[in-house]
Design a protein around this ligand. Structure first.
Ligand code: ZN
Length: 182
């Protein structure tokens, strides 16, 4: 059975010091581990997927009132950050590497992710990236409802507050049946 590693929202706006909605240093600290995981999945014949926030700045988005403008399609803020950008550029021609825009927290909402995974008989998802208690959480909730098996490496996700991190990791394990690993 094939597996997929999802690296969620690892973009300049969420990760870089000057990003418009940045998780800052804790998010920058994930970089080497995410590269290690991406290589492991890729070298094993598995999939590496980049669900990436892509907004237009329109006032109808529910996020418009909650957050500053971020991940506007086509801006540097929406590009993958640092080594992950280099990794993606080096592997993007592979048919096991897939990057797509999403316009809601859940990577499944308004996207073809479920269809993409089912076509390839992928049932085992590893979720990483940011933010643990927002986009990773909502992606995990949809995946749970769609009967995917979930693994969440705790050192592969982060968010704005320690409380949010702890709460979400507990929720993955206790309410969504995910394997939360070190
Ligand atoms: Zn967003």
């Amino acid at each position: 059975m094939k597996k997929a590693l999802l690296i969620i929202d690892y973009t300049n706006d969420f990760i870089a010091d000057n990003g418009s909605l940045t998780c800052g240093k804790p998010a920058q600290a994930l970089e080497d581990y995410l590269i290690e995981l991406a290589n492991k999945f890729y070298d094993n014949g598995d999939y590496v997927i980049f669900p990436t926030d892509g907004h237009t700045g329109d006032t109808f988005s529910p996020e418009y009132k909650l957050f500053p403008p971020h991940n506007i399609v086509g801006t540097p803020g929406q590009e993958l950050h640092g080594k992950l950008k280099d990794w993606y550029e080096a592997h993007k021609s592979s048919d096991r590497v897939y990057k797509f825009n999403k316009n809601r927290y859940s990577s499944f909402q308004n996207t073809n992710l479920d269809n993409y995974l089912r076509e390839r008989k992928i049932n085992d998802l590893w979720l990483t990236g940011v933010c643990t208690d927002i986009c990773v959480l909502h992606t995990a909730m949809t995946a749970y409802n769609l009967n995917y098996d979930l693994t969440i490496p705790s050192k592969g996700v982060t968010t704005f507050t320690e409380h949010g991190q702890e709460w979400a990791l507990d929720h993955f394990k206790n309410a969504l049946g995910a394997k939360v690993i070190e």
